[in-house]
Design a protein around this ligand. Structure first.
Ligand SMILES: [Zn+2]
Length: 418
């Protein structure tokens, strides 16, 4: 009986029917095909089709380029580890039973699952699958869990437009090399719902479009990487929706980025999720800054706001900058009020002390150099420094007030009650 080199080959062939290739025997179903080699470039299709016709365990089967799917409705079928060398058309087919299994399968040509029905009790398993060309599930129905987890890779477009997801979907660690479409384009409102979704650690190299979807349960986008701003316009998000940190959003340049982030900022504001709202506000402003029609002054102020507090996200950063400016101005005042500047001489600790106190006063008592009673330190510096020192003090007061305001604003953003 069969001595096919595929581990635990499920097919039963006479030894005489096996095909020798590179020193190994293979059954017609597991025979690797090497498109570059004419001798094994195509299988005997009649023999191949006859062998797999009534099989539901098609694990590891190597499908030739011109294979066409032979069933309309199949129960508990497994294509685990199968390799589809050409385009494969599962459109309008129906999978029934406990589950269907495509785990570790490889689709080298386009995979057409349009309007395919997965009427299964547990799950449609597509984990660890590689789609080298387009994967089109437009209009499909998953009456079961849809599992595309564990680095299932879509090297071309991934279309899940108008797909009816009855149960949870799992695309964690998936890789979308081109556009990923999960949006609703048709009018049937029942199809909009996604009961629960995990996209944790998924990478979207191009568009991620979820327009008009309604997330009824948790939606986990934690640790995702979006190379294009994700489009959730028209969506209803569940309270339990997680987004990655700001580093996961790489796009601030595309035309749609500002509008996409603005939409997410509003949604997070409505959900009173202020920390995430602040993050999307920062992304929205950074995207706006990149637009060509923005004025230079506007861009400068926006950049300064970003530099000083990441658009209100950080209260630590403006405070640290405040301390740094305090010390820098201490140096400026010391040099200005010093009679001799010579690094070989010992430091004048009195002068440094007065300079520091003078610097501190410009922050806590702004504009005091232009009126009111002067402290000993202030008098000492003002008497010994040239007159421009008052303008330096004015500048420091303005910077100090701004940084204190930013620190308070940052604290308010962070600790505002939901
Ligand atoms: Zn075999």
């Amino acid at each position: 009986m069969s001595n096919c080199s595929y581990p635990n080959c499920q097919f039963r062939f006479e030894s005489s029917d096996l095909i020798l290739l590179d020193g190994k025997n293979w059954c017609i179903c597991h025979l690797p095909i090497n498109l570059a080699d004419d001798k094994v470039s195509s299988k005997n299709l009649l023999e191949f089709n006859a062998a797999i016709r009534d099989q539901t365990n098609l694990e590891g089967v190597i499908f030739p380029p011109d294979y066409s799917v032979h069933f309309n409705r199949t129960k508990n079928i497994s294509f685990a580890k199968a390799v589809f060398h050409g385009e494969v058309n599962f459109s309008n087919k129906t999978f029934v039973g406990e589950a269907c299994n495509f785990s570790h399968a490889r689709f080298l040509g386009n995979a057409d699952f349009r309007s395919t029905k997965f009427l299964l009790e547990t799950a449609a398993h597509f984990s660890n699958v590689t789609f080298e060309k387009g994967a089109d599930f437009t209009g499909a129905t998953f009456q079961c869990r849809a599992d595309f987890s564990n680095e299932t890779s879509f090297f071309d477009h991934a279309d899940f437009i108008d797909v009816h997801f009855h149960k949870g979907i799992n695309f964690s660690n998936a890789i979308f090399a081109k556009g990923a479409h999960f949006d609703i384009e048709g009018a049937n409102s029942n199809e909009t719902i996604i009961t629960s979704a995990s996209f944790r650690k998924a990478t979207f190299h191009k568009y991620a479009v979820f327009q008009n979807r309604e997330f009824r349960g948790y939606a986990n986008f934690g640790d995702c990487i979006f190379h294009s701003a994700p489009d959730f316009r028209g969506c209803i998000l569940h309270e339990d929706t997680q987004f990655p940190e700001i580093v996961g959003f790489k796009d601030i340049e595309s035309n749609e980025a500002e509008a996409c982030y603005q939409n997410l900022r509003r949604k997070m504001g409505e959900a009173k999720s202020h920390k995430v709202e602040a993050m999307f506000y920062a992304l929205e402003e950074r995207s706006r800054r990149k637009q060509k029609n923005i004025g230079k002054l506007d861009r400068f102020i926006s950049s300064a706001y970003d530099f000083c507090s990441e658009y209100g996200q950080s209260f630590v950063r403006p405070f640290v900058i405040l301390i740094i400016t305090l010390l820098l101005f201490t140096v400026v005042y010391s040099l200005a009020a010093s009679k001799v500047v010579n690094p070989t001489l010992p430091f004048d600790s009195d002068l440094i002390n007065h300079s520091f106190l003078f610097s501190l006063e410009q922050v806590v008592k702004p504009f005091s150099v232009f009126g009111g009673r002067l402290s000993t330190s202030s008098s000492s510096i003002l008497d010994n420094a040239p007159s421009w020192i008052r303008y330096a003090a004015l500048l420091q007061s303005l910077i100090g007030i701004t940084l204190i305001a930013l620190t308070i604003l940052g604290l308010r953003w962070r600790f505002r009650r939901a």
